[in-house]
Design a protein around this ligand. Structure first.
Ligand code: ADP
Ligand code: ASP
Ligand code: MG
Length: 416
């Protein structure tokens, strides 16, 4: 017997038929003698619709009410799945975040989970009952208000519940059968990885691979939750899923568990970056602080930074910000124009950040050079570069996204 958390994303619960299919996956695990807690997302598209309604009502909406609204999608699917399970003879009940409770901080719209009380879930196991938990939501206990965890947050709910009830495994069921070397929807030659190290998955997720929410990977890493990404679109009763062998999927695990690893494990891309360039900035001590402190004060995350060597006492500074913060960044800089005495601010939102990720980079030289050469051979201009121990990111024109991802995927020998 094992204790499992099974998480199902939006496309997996998109309609009643799919919810029934999910119930069959759950039933299979119950019949195998396991204890199961399920975490569900809202039906595909539902959260977008709810967010749009908030924005339509007011552009400056109260984030506590936003959370009350957007958390409702998961309330519906948790109830529906509990009914579908009961219908199949599997005892089940739904749980909202506040009922367990899943306690969060007060950052409405992107709250962090502080603790999960797993007592009720475990008591339910003793009664032979499946707990169906609404993902994406918790409660800020001091105010008693519902809080949501940021887009894609059901993954984090699932891993947090798994840690909270000391589950043997957290299975993330989605519309792909694992984590691939890059988004399989962009690169048909992408390969499924059997295993990927926590650190690499953290980079992949934070650099754009939305298959897992970044915080879910952080949480899995800290609490050592064995997290397995797999498909919900298989036949729940397929004989191979009932045998002891490993089903197709990707295990997120410690680096030590990975025997063979390539220098590059995967390629990620993020379209939600914007480039800001400040021209003709007087090059003197303190200038970087003058530029970046106002941005930090405005809570804007700056990512890639490029500064030219100065010519005649002036320089250019280029950096990236999330595209949702682009206008605010320009406004913050406009406010310090006099003080800094720069020439102009220019920007672009039609850019993409492409990242090459792999722990093998720690011990191999020349990885970046190969990317630069391959991109230049395709005539793709690099606007900015940033690197860390296990990743290299380049900023390019968005129009070249697919070409660049496919090119780099081939160059590092990742094609299937
Ligand atoms: P869910 O609704 O189940 O949470 P998501 O849409 O959030 O599913 O995440 C799954 C999607 O992530 C896939 O459909 C795929 O297009 C995308 N994706 C991006 N990068 C990768 C990758 N490296 N491996 C697998 N899927 C990826
Ligand atoms: N329903 C939420 C969203 O669309 C949470 C999730 O799907 O993980 O962002
Ligand atoms: Mg998701």
């Amino acid at each position: 017997m094992a204790r499992l958390v099974m998480k199902f994303g939006g496309t997996s619960v998109a309609n009643i038929e799919r919810i029934r299919n999910v119930a069959r996956h759950v039933k299979r695990e119950i019949e195998a003698g396991n204890q199961v807690a399920v975490v569900v997302s809202a039906m595909a598209g539902k959260t977008n619709e709810l967010v749009a309604w908030c924005r339509e009502t007011s552009s400056l909406y109260d984030s506590r009410e936003y959370d009350a609204i957007v958390a409702s999608g998961e309330q519906v699917t948790s109830g529906l799945l509990a009914i579908a399970l009961q219908e199949m003879g599997v005892p089940a009940r739904s749980w909202q975040g506040w009922q367990l409770p899943i306690a969060t901080d007060e950052a409405h719209g992107s709250a962090r989970i502080l603790s999960v009380n797993g007592d009720e879930i475990v008591k339910g196991f003793a009664r032979g009952e499946v707990a169906v938990i609404a993902g994406f939501q918790g409660i800020h206990e001091a105010t008693g208000r519902i809080a949501t965890l940021g887009r894609g947050g059901s993954d984090t709910s699932a891993v947090a519940v798994a840690a909270g009830i000391k589950a043997d495994r957290c299975d993330i069921y989605t519309d792909v059968d694992g984590v691939y070397t890059t988004d399989p929807r962009i690169v048909p030659k992408a390969r499924r990885l059997d295993k990927i190290a926590f650190e690499e998955m953290l980079e992949m997720a934070s650099l754009g691979a939305k298959v897992l929410q970044v915080r879910s990977v952080e949480m899995a890493m800290v609490h050592k939750v064995r997290t397995f990404v797999r498909s919900s679109f298989t036949d729940p009763d397929a004989p191979e899923l009932k045998t002891a062998g490993d089903p197709p999927g990707t295990l997120i695990c410690d680096e030590e568990e990975i025997v063979e690893s390539e220098v590059v494990t995967g390629i990620a891309f993020a379209r939600d970056e914007a480039q800001v360039s400040i021209r003709h900035v007087p090059d003197k001590p303190g200038i970087a602080a003058n530029v970046f402190v106002p941005l930090a004060d405005a809570n804007i995350n700056v990512d890639m930074i490029v500064q030219n060597i100065s010519a005649e006492g002036f320089t250019d500074i280029t950096f990236t910000v999330p595209s949702t913060d682009f206008e605010r960044a320009k406004a913050a800089l406009a406010g310090v124009r006099e003080e800094i005495g720069y020439g102009s601010v220019e920007g672009a939102t039609d850019v993409v950040k492409i990242s090459i990720i792999g722990i093998g980079m720690r011990s191999h030289a020349g990885v970046a050079a190969r990317a630069f050469k391959a991109l230049s051979e395709r005539g793709i201009n690099i606007r900015a570069i940033s690197t860390s121990e296990i990743k290299i990111s380049v900023l390019i024109d968005a129009a070249y996204t697919e070409l660049a991802v496919r090119t780099l995927h081939s160059v590092y020998g990742l094609d299937a």
